[in-house]
Design a protein around this ligand. Structure first.
Ligand code: NAP
Ligand code: 8YV
Length: 323
C-alpha cells in the first residue's frame, strides 16, 4: 500500500472502504484538510479521487509533483484543468455514459411536470382547493411539442430518444452538425430557440459555454416557451432568466443546476412557474453505485496496469501511450 492518494468529494464515505484495500488514503474533507495534506504529503501523493462538483484546483495539481492520475466521479469535469494536467502527463478520468438514463429521465420528468402543471395541481389538492374552488386551470399537452436540445451528446441523445417517443419534433444545436442523427440541426442557437417550445440544456459547463443561454435566447424562446437546464448553472445567465420569468417573457423553467450551488436565488424560489431541484440528475442508488465503481476502477486499473477505463478527451492520448 505504498501508493498514496487523496480522497475528496461527494462520495468519500462510499469510496473509502474500497479504496483503502488498495491505497494509503489521505482524506480531504474540506479545504483546510487539503491544505494540510499538500503541506505534509505533497511528494507522496500519486493519485486523487474527487468529484465533478468538488473538482481539483490548478494550484493543488501544481503542488503535487508526483501526481499521475485524477479520477473524478461525474461526467462533467470543468472543475478540473484537464489541459494543464495533460501537459504535465497527469491523466484525468471521469464517469461518462453510466448516468445518461437518469439525467435524461430527469429532463423528461421536468418537461412532463411543467407541461401538465403536476406540482401545482398536486399542491392544489393537498391544500384543499379542489373542494373549495373546483378543478385547477387546465394545463398544456406534453406530447407532440417542438423540442430543442442544446448539446446532443451522450445524455442529449438519450433525451432525444425519450422525447421522440412522445412524438415531439426534435432539433439540436452544437458546434457542428452530426452524421446519422434524424433530428434537425440549427447552427444558430437563437434561431433554434425561436423555432422550439421547450429548450433543453445539456452541454458541458466551463468557459466555452458560459452564459450561452442569454437574454436573446430566452426572448427567442418566448412567453410560451420552457427552459430546462440539467447541465450546469453557468450555461444560463441566471439574472436574465429571472427577469425573463418575472416579466412574463419566458413561460416556465425546470432547473436542476444553478450558478452558485447550493445557493438558489430567492427570486426563483418565490416563483410559481418553475421547478427547482438540488442537482439530482444522477442521484439514484443504481447510478451513483455505477459512478463510484467506475471512479474506483479507473484508479485501481491505472496503478495495476498503467491503463484507465474512461479518460477525458484531453488526456486520451496519454492513456493511449500507456496501453
Ligand atoms: P457530451 O457527450 O460531451 O455532450 C456534450 C454536447 O455538448 C456535445 O453534443 C457537444 O457537441 C455539445 N457542446 C460542447 N460544447 C459546446 C459549445 N461550446 N456550444 C454548443 N454545444 C457544445 O457530454 P454528456 O456526457 O452528454 O454530458 C453533458 C453535461 O451534462 C456534462 O458535462 C455535465 O455538465 C452535465 N451533467 C449534469 C448532471 C446533473 O446531475 N444535472 C449529470 C451529468 C451530467 P459539439 O461537440 O458538436 O459542439
Ligand atoms: C453529479 C454531475 O451530481 O456527472 C456530473 O457531471 O453533475 C452529476 O452527476 C456530480 O458528479 C456529483 O459530484
Amino acid at each position: 500500500m505504498n501508493t498514496h492518494i487523496i480522497l475528496m468529494g461527494d462520495s468519500t464515505e462510499v469510496m473509502q472502504p474500497q479504496l483503502s484495500k488498495h491505497f494509503t488514503l489521505h482524506r480531504a474533507g474540506d479545504e483546510a484538510a487539503l491544505v494540510d495534506i499538500l503541506a505534509h504529503h505533497s511528494r507522496d501523493i500519486q493519485g486523487v479521487a474527487t468529484s465533478a462538483t468538488t473538482g481539483l484546483s490548478a494550484d493543488a495539481i501544481a503542488a503535487l509533483p508526483n501526481l499521475k492520475v485524477v479520477s473524478s466521479c461525474g461526467v462533467g469535469y470543468e472543475s478540473i484543468d484537464a489541459t494543464a494536467a495533460a501537459a504535465r502527463g497527469v491523466i484525468v478520468t471521469h464517469t461518462p455514459d453510466v448516468l445518461n438514463n437518469d439525467v435524461a429521465d430527469l429532463a423528461l420528468m421536468l418537461h412532463l411536470a411543467l407541461s401538465r402543471s403536476l406540482m401545482h395541481d398536486a399542491a392544489w389538492l393537498r391544500r384543499g382547493a379542489w373542494a373549495i374552488k373546483g378543478s385547477p386551470p387546465v394545463a398544456r399537452t406534453a406530447s407532440g411539442r417542438r423540442v430543442g436540445i442544446l448539446g446532443l451528446g451522450r445524455i442529449g441523445k438519450d433525451v432525444a430518444r425519450r422525447f421522440a417517443a412522445l412524438d415531439c419534433e426534435l432539433s439540436y444545436h452544437g458546434r457542428r452538425p452530426q452524421v446519422d442523427v434524424p433530428y434537425r440541426y440549427f447552427d444558430n442557437l437563437v434561431e433554434m430557440a425561436q423555432h422550439v417550445e421547450t429548450l433543453i440544456v445539456v452541454v458541458p459547463g466551463g468557459t466555452a459555454t458560459q452564459g450561452l443561454v442569454d437574454r436573446t435566447v430566452l426572448d427567442a424562446l418566448g412567453p410560451q416557451g420552457t427552459l430546462i437546464n440539467v447541465a450546469r448553472g453557468s450555461v444560463v445567465e441566471e439574472p436574465a432568466l429571472i427577469s425573463a420569468l418575472q416579466e412574463g417573457r419566458l413561460g416556465a423553467a425546470g432547473l436542476d443546476v444553478f450558478a452558485d450551488e447550493p445557493n438558489v436565488p430567492q427570486a426563483l424560489i418565490d416563483m410559481d412557474r418553475v421547478i427547482l431541484l438540488p442537482h439530482v440528475g444522477s442521484a439514484t442508488r443504481e447510478t451513483r453505485a455505477a459512478m463510484t465503481d467506475l471512479t474506483i476502477n479507473n484508479l485501481v486499473q491505472f496503478f495495476d496496469t498503467g491503463e484507465v477505463l474512461t479518460p477525458v478527451p484531453e488526456c486520451a492520448h496519454l492513456a493511449a501511450i500507456r496501453t
